[in-house]
Write a protein that binds this ligand. Structure first.
Ligand code: HEC
Ligand code: HEC
Length: 218
């Protein structure tokens, strides 16, 4: 009797393992399909600006969306929002009205597929600083690329006063992008101790983010 129970439970464990394995490969299959489908749409819609490898090397103006710092700072939902809503008054179109929901999620899967590393980045829990000091520092350190009051400069820096950018980006994400920068782009790190030209203190970055948050495009 004991032997039967023992054999029976082995059997159940093996069945369980088989179910887990086939479930996982089903999931892998599904995401592999989404990546392939996403790549097709990317080539037609995005490559001309963001480039073949996502480095922003397309013929028209585009930014780098393949770098590990960017990918570690945004969730799939953030990528989805970036693509769906675009960035008004920049070259980045809103794809909500142009492609299907399925196409949007496939594009997200394709871009996420560029992420190969998990980076340790963190920001203060609450970000509330001195706007006027933030503006002073912004004008000194950031304006040359990101333009007056965050308006952006083509081929230099993105618009960080853009309404869609500010709507779909948290203070923590702005802080992290400012502090850690984006490798292989002109956006170097700003946080003291990292290998950047700016060497700003945490509180200074908090002040700058507080200023950026106060901006809105007219
Ligand atoms: C005509 C050029 C152009 C096309 C086409 C285009 N983009 Fe963009 N995209 C841009 C620019 C420029 C920006 C940065 C906007 C700014 O300057 O503030 C951007 C920003 C983004 C961002 C946010 C990046 C960040 O650093 O926050 C994502 C994600 C993105 N694009 C994905 C896509 C995808 C996916 C497609 C295709 C479905 C696409 N883009 C098509 C030019 C383009
Ligand atoms: C030498 C030019 C340069 C300077 C100086 C610079 N940036 Fe950037 N910044 C960039 C570029 C280029 C990008 C887009 C990187 C990419 O392609 O992913 C960027 C991206 C960003 C982003 C992410 C925006 C987005 O669209 O996702 C933030 C936030 C940011 N910078 C803040 C700052 C702040 C704050 C400062 C000053 C402390 C600063 N930057 C200084 C060039 C610059």
């Amino acid at each position: 009797m004991r032997k039967v129970i023992l054999i029976g439970s082995y059997f159940l464990i093996i069945i369980g393992i088989i179910i887990v394995i086939s479930h996982n490969s089903l999931k892998d299959n599904k995401s592999a399909k989404a990546i392939v489908a996403g790549e097709k749409i990317y080539k037609v819609q995005c490559l001309v600006c963001h480039g073949k490898t996502g480095k922003g090397e397309g013929a028209k103006v585009g930014t780098a969306i393949n770098n590990q710092h960017f990918l570690n700072t945004v969730s799939d939902k953030d990528l989805y929002n970036d693509i769906k809503y675009g960035r008004e008054n920049t070259a980045m179109p809103s794809y909500g009205p142009r492609v299907s929901e399925k196409a949007l999620t496939n594009l997200v899967a394709f871009i996420r597929n560029w992420q190969t590393q998990e980076l340790k980045v963190s920001a203060p829990k609450t970000i509330s600083g001195d706007i006027s000091n933030g503006k002073k520092l912004y004008d000194l350190y950031c304006q040359s690329c990101h333009g007056k009051a965050g308006a952006g400069k083509v081929n230099m820096g993105t618009s960080i006063s853009n309404p869609q950018y500010l709507k779909y980006t948290t203070d923590q994400q702005i802080w992290i992008s400012t502090a850690y920068g984006r490798e292989d782009t002109r956006m170097g790190p700003s946080l003291k101790g990292l290998e950047g030209v700016r060497q700003l203190k945490k509180d200074d970055i908090t002040d700058i983010v507080t200023y950026i948050r106060s901006l809105s495009h007219k």
